[in-house]
Design a protein around this ligand. Structure first.
Ligand code: NAP
Ligand code: F7E
Length: 323
């Protein structure tokens, strides 16, 4: 039996990698695409899968479009990856972030409850829910303390997923994913901002790189590894919540050093600290404990931060050279 999957956020970093993984596993994949005035399918083209998907118009803020998408796609599995996902922008657009990242989850869960209760559901939860950390290594039992409108909205999405599982018996799971990156990462996120800038500096197209708090620490993994964990969660008999992380935390400063050194440059010669990139409230450090995902799902990360940054920087060097 061929399985049907519906992915929201299919044009994003994770959506593209997940769509590729599911196609390789023989799924029929539908992607929810929000109306935009410019082309958003470049990641799907990059992975060579653009023509293999069915596209459904819809916006997580619009309950009726979500209902129609669920009815049309007849999904065995729904992966809710759509979101306003940039933490920095969530202070500028707190209401949109709340509607899309928070209420949008209820729109999907309601559509599933009413029209397709057998459908298995994955919610893209986040380590940003831990925010001001309450334990040195964060796992599924660590209390949450979000520090941004994004973290707050995602916490609502997380708990409504738990609530629909407990209230209506839906097969709804939540992946609490720590930062994951790739050559398909949006340019506004710090790893990609750094690899893009290093490529430009190396090729003589830029001189400096302006950053905010480079003492912040993150647990960074490779998006290609993390979408495997999403799929594994929906293959379990019982729905549950899982932390997905590498178990290693590194400063932005050290990540910069790795990137600049890869092209024989010194980050201290180019990085400028700019208050414009500091946040109203910072998440100083995140460090995940992926023990449960390892034990129950048999999942573990395969890519070190160093090889991840090298992979991203090599891709940016090739792209910038062609510009
Ligand atoms: P991303 O690259 O920013 O992709 C976000 C996707 O959501 C895009 O396809 C975007 O569509 C879509 N979207 C935005 N607003 C929408 C709306 N109103 N209705 C429908 N779709 C909408 O994010 P990502 O890195 O792939 O992350 C995927 C999910 O995991 C997100 O929910 C994110 O919050 C969560 N997450 C990410 C990380 C991480 O480190 N990457 C960690 C934990 C959790 P357009 O292309 O049209 O803008
Ligand atoms: O920031 C610091 C910044 O924007 C990482 C999203 O995918 O992961 C992501 O959220 C750190 C922060 O990611 C700059 O202050 C310093 O401490 O790459 P980022 P994020 O905020 O951790 C989580 C898990 C998600 O769920 C989100 O969707 O780097 N930093 N200087 C900077 N960050 C940016 N963007 N730009 C700077 O210039």
């Amino acid at each position: 039996m061929i399985k049907n999957a519906l992915i929201t956020g299919v044009t994003g970093q994770d959506g593209a990698y997940l769509a590729k993984l599911l196609l390789e596993k023989g799924y029929r994949v539908s992607g929810l695409v929000a109306r935009r005035s410019s082309d958003t399918r470049w990641r799907l083209r990059e992975l060579g899968i653009e023509s293999e998907l069915t596209y459904l118009d819809g916006d997580l803020a619009d309950a009726s479009s979500i209902q129609r998408a669920v009815i049309k796609a007849k999904p065995d599995e729904v992966y809710n990856l759509g979101a306003q996902s940039f933490v920095g922008s969530s202070w500028d657009q707190p209401i949109t972030t709340g509607i899309v990242d928070g209420l949008g989850v209820t729109h999907l869960l309601e559509a599933i409850r009413q029209f397709s209760p057998h459908t298995r559901f994955y919610q893209a939860s986040t380590s940003e829910m831990f925010g001001l950390i309450q334990a040195e290594r964060q796992d599924e039992n660590t209390p949450f303390y979000p520090r941004s409108p994004y973290g707050v909205a995602k916490l609502y999405g997380h708990w409504i997923t738990v609530n629909y599982r407990e209230s209506f018996g839906l097969h709804a799971s939540s992946g609490i994913l720590f930062n994951h990156e790739s050559p398909l990462r949006g340019i506004e996120f710090v790893t990609r901002k750094v690899t893009d800038a290093v490529a430009r500096i190396k090729l003589g197209k830029q001189r400096e790189l302006r950053l905010g708090n480079i003492d912040a620490k993150r647990d960074w993994g490779f998006a290609g590894d993390y979408v495997e964990a999403m799929w594994l969660m929906l293959q379990q008999q019982k729905p549950d919540d899982y932390v997905v992380a590498t178990g290693v935390t590194t400063t932005v400063r050290e990540m910069c050093r790795i990137a600049f050194e890869h092209v024989e440059l010194n980050y201290q010669d180019h990085v400028i600290i700019d208050p414009a990139f500091f946040r109203p409230a910072e998440v100083d450090v995140l460090l995940g404990n992926p023990g449960k995902a390892e034990r129950v799902l048999g999942w573990s990360p395969k890519t070190s931060l160093e090889s991840l940054i090298h992979m991203m920087l090599d891709a940016d060097l090739r792209r910038v050279a062609k510009e």
